[in-house]
Design a protein around this ligand. Structure first.
Ligand code: RB5
Length: 150
């Protein structure tokens, strides 16, 4: 069973229930790392929490949400081994698994609707990584990480 870590700030929380329900319907075990209300919080905290869960292997992958998906993805991508992709439609969601093997997707609560989030999560979750020439490119990204991250 896939274990998926989920995290958001106050700008992304509007999507969380739909995202969690969709992941559970698809058979995933969901770990909800917060936030849990619409009170203002800082997205880097939640991006880091989900990213560490995934990078450590405690979770297989993650879904993060803020107002645009951008800030929280930037934070998550500062954790070594994370490939967090902001996606705004199902095409990007599928392609970022096929080609980038994104281990986290980032969604914007002020950009997409909960219904769109459901379709996007399903497209990413059910897509397969294609490997091959794409692995060479991911290896290049790992090399950049090795040279620049502690
Ligand atoms: C919070 O107001 C907002 O800046 C945050 O949710 C996110 O959109 C940042 O990228």
């Amino acid at each position: 069973m896939m274990k998926i870590a989920v995290g958001c700030d106050h700008g992304g929380i509007v999507l969380k229930e739909s995202v969690v329900k969709t992941l559970e319907r698809l058979g995933a075990e969901v770990v909800d790392l917060g936030c849990y209300s619409t009170d203002s919080v800082d997205y880097p905290e939640y991006g880091e929490k989900v990213a560490r869960e995934v990078a450590s292997g405690r979770a297989d992958a993650g879904v993060i949400m803020c107002g645009t998906g951008i800030g929280i993805s930037i934070a998550a991508n500062k954790v070594k081994g994370i490939r967090a992709a902001v996606v705004t439609n199902t095409y990007m969601a599928q392609l970022t698994k096929n080609h980038n093997n994104a281990n986290i997707i980032a969604l914007g609560g002020r950009v997409i609707s909960p219904k769109e989030a459901e379709a996007i999560v399903e497209a990413w979750y059910t897509a397969e990584y294609e490997g091959g020439r794409h692995q060479r490119r991911l290896d290049m990204i790992s090399r950049i990480e090795d040279e620049n991250f502690k």
